[in-house]
Design a protein around this ligand. Structure first.
Ligand SMILES: Nc1ncnc2c1ncn2[C@@H]1O[C@H](COP(=O)(O)OP(=O)(O)OP(=O)(O)O)[C@@H](O)[C@H]1O
Ligand SMILES: [Mg+2]
Length: 519
């Protein structure tokens, strides 16, 4: 029997620690007129984390899809262990030891955690599929990731962060030599990120190589050994960890340094635009437990309120309830003095109360519609008269949205899945802002968007606020609160546990949420 120690020995002995095991050279990829990658060279080192930085649409995911067999390059060469290879499918790449955790989750929502993990590589026994063994292994994997979810839970019943952990577990279960992680932490809590980083360090010590992509730059720096920056499809910088800092990354990514600014000022706030009174959402799975426990809050016209909290604090449920997405809830939602509690989600949008949801794939975008229609969908009332839609007005809504949030796309006709992950997120934000709302609720809107785009979104929200827009912004990044909020509300276990002004410190806010403050 091969013991764990034997396995470590086999994997780590006899190799120089900075040995290049995979080398991609002159990789180019075009989609019609879009040159996503232009002759990129990229190396993967044994037992190291190579982090790929770059703006939305820079080509990061495309390069990773090529290295993992999801798509083929237009030209270029991949050399693995000194031999030229081509991957016609993900299965071929997997057989050679390369697997990928996708940025956009690729799970089947209506299947269990176990079935998602073993889909396509079921464990066989003489009598058929060995479900018991699959279940046992799933349980072990979830324990290793500190997320003791029952293997038989349906994926659609998990929150987004847990789904991301299942995606990670599936990739780990393959025992790869090269593990590509495309934004693995975008929906994870700080504690979940710590667990993932522990797993990454463990994998490294066994000689596994990691390719890591993230827009959480500071976080990524903690585990980076080699940093590569992609810009407009070309590699623009490469360095080892000891030679770089945050400023180096940002400068190479976008050409200059970004300041996310401070909350907008220089105007007086208006009346209460949104009043939330005693909102309560019971937990359907645990009788007597509340996801949102009688929350009340007033937000003024022109005010930006951040709701900070850990995953599971109840932020998503609160916002969904205010927007009219969660039906079974108690309490009142009052918009500019009018009780809208009984109105549908669509009627609330018409009245000027909109939500940018957390899960863009499930709730934010219609995958079968092109970019343009997705952008105009929520504003349909504005250019529909009777049964007629004014094409010209619709087109101007689309053009404005594309320009306002700087969506990198071929145009309104492009398919949604031809956009990079961050640009899909910009579509969701642009679509809601195009309705000219009075109150906008944003649930973790910066998920997957680059520093430059984040600054643009902050600028749009600040400009909106100065014109009287009320903003409620939910985030698990303290830095974001301090850059944009007039007021910071901390939620924990469904309740408001603290409230701060814009002069609060990061430490104070994190401590109030019950989060361990890491020096
Ligand atoms: N299937 C496709 N069809 C057409 N264009 C595509 C397709 N996939 C990617 N692109 C384009 O290729 C470019 C690079 O996209 P990619 O997804 O690699 O960016 P990224 O660096 O991963 O960005 P993000 O940080 O937003 O995830 C973008 O302009 C994107 O629109
Ligand atoms: Mg991407």
């Amino acid at each position: 029997m091969i013991t764990e120690r034997d396995r470590n020995h086999v994997l780590t002995s006899g190799y120089a620690s900075d040995e290049v095991i995979l080398s991609a050279s002159h990789i180019a990829k075009s989609f019609g007129n879009v040159h996503a990658l232009k002759a990129v060279n990229f190396d993967v080192h044994r037992g190291k984390v190579t982090t790929l930085f770059g703006e939305n649409g820079a080509g990061k995911s495309t390069l990773m899809k090529i290295l993992s067999g999801v798509m083929q390059p237009s030209s270029g060469e991949i050399v693995l262990d000194g031999k030229a290879v081509t991957f016609a499918s993900t299965m071929e790449a997997q057989n050679l030891g390369i697997s990928i955790i996708h940025q956009e989750l690729s799970l089947a929502p209506n299947l269990s955690v176990r079935d998602n993990i073993f889909m396509g590589r079921e464990l066989r026994a003489s009598t058929g599929i060995n479900y018991a063994e699959e279940e046992r292994q799933t349980r072990l994997l979830m324990e290793e990731l500190d997320e003791p979810i029952d293997p038989l839970t349906l994926v659609e019943d998990l929150r987004l962060g847990q789904q991301q952990i299942v995606e990670i577990a599936r990739a780990l279960s393959v025992n790869s030599r090269i593990l590509i992680m495309d934004e693995p932490t975008s929906a994870l809590s700080a504690t979940e990120v710590e667990v993932l980083f522990r797993v990454i360090r463990d994998l490294k010590s066994r000689g596994v190589s990691i390719v890591y992509i993230s827009h959480h730059l500071e976080e990524a720096l903690q585990i980076t050994d080699h940093a590569v920056v992609l810009r407009d499809g070309s590699m623009t910088a490469y360095a080892e960890r000891k030679d770089i800092d945050l400023e180096w990354i940002v400068r190479n990514m976008v050409g200059n340094n970004f300041d996310l600014g401070s909350p907008p000022s220089g105007y007086t706030m208006g009346n209460v635009a949104l009043s939330i009174e005693g909102i309560a959402v019971p937990d359907a799975t645990v009788p007597g437990r509340m996801l949102v426990d009688h929350v009340s809050l007033n937000v003024h016209a022109g005010e930006i309120v951040c709701i900070y909290g850990l995953m599971g604090a109840g932020r998503t449920e609160l916002l969904e309830c205010v927007a009219g997405r969660l039906a079974k809830a108690h309490g009142r939602v009052v918009l500019e003095g009018e009780d809208v509690s009984r109105l549908s989600l669509a009627r609330r949008i018409d009245k000027g109360l909109v939500l940018v949801p957390e899960d863009r794939q499930r709730d934010g975008l219609v995958q079968t519609m092109p970019v343009g229609q997705n952008l105009s969908l929520a504003s349909i009332g504005a250019f529909t008269r009777g049964l007629l839609t004014s094409r010209r007005r619709e087109q101007s809504v689309i053009d404005d949205a594309i320009n306002n949030v700087h969506i990198k796309t071929d145009g309104g006709e492009a398919a949604i899945d031809s956009l990079s992950g961050g640009n899909q997120q910009k579509v969701v934000i642009g679509k809601m802002l195009a309705t000219h709302p009075k109150v906008v609720l944003l649930d973790e809107p910066s998920r997957g968007i680059d520093v430059g785009a984040k600054a643009e979104v902050f600028k749009l929200l600040s400009e909106g606020a100065a014109q009287g827009l009320a903003v409620v912004y939910s985030t698990s990044e303290v830095g974001e609160c301090l850059s944009i909020a007039h007021r910071i509300i901390v939620m924990g276990r469904g309740r408001i546990v603290a409230e701060f002004g814009p002069d609060a410190t990061k430490e104070e806010i994190m401590a109030a949420s019950g989060e361990a403050v890491v020096a």
